[in-house]
Write a protein that binds this ligand. Structure first.
Ligand code: ADP
Length: 159
């Protein structure tokens, strides 16, 4: 059985992330989508909100579970006995970032492989940071995020 991990901040989850989850769930037996609860970084959405969005948007995929972690990804991956991590690649900036991250991860957890899925063209320009920026300027985000996120933003930020 191959266990894959999709780690990230998911602040908030976007349609680009969901596309990566769906493709991962077809490739691997079990997938854990894991929210990195970075105590050094202020997030727009709380850990509980991010977990709730992810649970709602992956409810249709029966081999996906949702979890969270803090601390080092290498420790978390090892504790879960995951075989690999999956990351999405949008462009060369993602590539450069991921290459450095992965060298470090594999130094600490050499048993873990990493698999990269190229972003579908329609999601190449979608990022959580752009969504957060749109929210701050009261821009429409409905085309880029799942309905539960759009709804929550309207309630939380009175939009
Ligand atoms: P981080 O906060 O670690 O940069 P994110 O939570 O933004 O991570 O994203 C988690 C993973 O999803 C990363 O591998 C990132 O490259 C990928 N990703 C983010 N947005 C997209 C997208 N639009 N299409 C494909 N992959 C994406």
């Amino acid at each position: 059985m191959t266990l894959a991990l999709c780690p990230g901040s998911f602040d908030p989850v976007t349609n680009g992330h969901i596309n990566i989850f769906e493709r991962s769930a077809k490739l691997f037996d079990q997938v854990i989508v894991a929210v990195f609860n970075n105590i050094h970084k202020q997030s727009l959405f709380s850990l509980q909100e991010r977990l709730s969005f992810l649970r709602q948007t992956t409810a249709h995929i029966n081999n996906i579970t949702i979890d969270s972690f803090d601390g080092l990804l290498a420790d978390y991956v090892t504790s879960k006995k995951a075989d690999l991590i999956v990351r999405g690649l949008r462009d060369e900036n993602d590539f450069s970032y991921e290459r450095l991250q992965m060298v470090m991860l594999r130094k600490m957890a050499p048993q873990v492989e990493a698999v990269y899925l190229m972003s579908e063209q329609e999601y190449t320009y979608v990022s959580s940071s752009t969504i957060r920026e749109l929210i701050s300027f009261h821009g429409a985000i409905g085309d880029f995020v799942p309905p539960c996120v759009n709804q929550a933003v309207k309630l939380k930020f009175n939009q």
